[in-house]
Design a protein around this ligand. Structure first.
Ligand code: NI
Length: 256
């Protein structure tokens, strides 16, 4: 069964049919979903989803774009709620230099603090990084961020960067983008790294794969991602689904 290691089912795009969609996932080949908190509201909603559905797990953390919202109280909320056994990691956390704000300094500060929290709790991390490869790698190395494993979610850098991240103990999250015709760099990365270091992820509702590009995404569509990785690596789709599910179980301790 497919394990989706990164989704956002708390998004308002699911408000009309969240329950029926989630309850159909298993019959559509999806064994488990890890929902990722991004802002504080997303963390609270993630916690509720993980409590409500046996096959939904959660990770808690503040996204770099939301660093300005972070407080000591929210850090403490994350720490206490991460003790729930359905909470399986800290994230998504990271650096995003696409926009001017929040400042790089503020983003780095809260990334490092949340990495420390993950280590204190001995939990894997879910890293978001956009237009910030160098600073991200520097911090992840300095902080030994891969000590308890984790994923570079929605990987968008070079295959050399992927290999560096694997060396420090992280997995590489791959989703719908790999099915796009112009995703040459990501296809090269998937070819270069071992299947044992790849995790499937939707980042839903975003990044729906071809032939549904631009539509609202869901975990069942990871079948198209698995098919493309299988084609690139010359293995069966079933092998991609089973190996990546095994990887997800090892990294996050989920069942499915
Ligand atoms: Ni995400």
């Amino acid at each position: 069964m497919i394990i989706d290691t990164h989704g956002h089912y708390d998004d308002k795009q699911y408000d009309g049919d969240r329950n029926s969609l989630l309850n159909r996932l298993r019959e559509n080949g999806v064994g488990a979903v890890i929902n990722s908190g991004a802002d504080f509201k997303g963390c609270k909603d993630t916690y509720e989803l993980a409590e409500k559905y046996p096959f939904v797990y959660g990770t808690l953390g503040l996204h770099p774009n939301d660093s300005a919202e972070m407080t000591e109280e929210i850090m403490e909320w994350i720490r206490t709620h991460a003790e729930n056994k359905k909470i399986v990691g800290i994230g998504e956390i990271g650096l995003d230099y696409y926009d001017e704000e929040p400042s790089h300094e503020l983003q780095k500060k809260w990334l490092i603090r949340q990495l420390h929290l993950a280590q204190e709790l001995e939990m894997p991390v879910v890293i978001h990084s956009r237009d910030a490869a160098e600073d991200t790698l520097t911090i992840l190395k300095e902080e030994e961020a891969g000590r308890y494993g984790g994923t570079m979610h929605c990987f968008s850098y070079s295959k050399e960067m992927a290999q560096e991240l694997i060396k420090i103990g992280l997995h590489i999250g791959i989703g719908g983008i790999i099915t796009f015709k112009n995703a040459r760099k990501l296809k090269e990365t998937a070819e270069a790294i071992p299947l044992e270091r790849i995790l499937l992820e939707t980042d839903c509702p975003y990044l729906s794969p071809d032939p549904y590009r631009g539509e609202r995404n869901d975990s069942a569509r990871l079948l198209y991602v698995a098919e493309e990785i299988a084609r690139i690596k010359g293995v069966t789709t079933e092998e991609v689904i089973e190996t990546t599910a095994q990887n997800a179980k090892e990294v996050f301790g989920v069942k499915g």
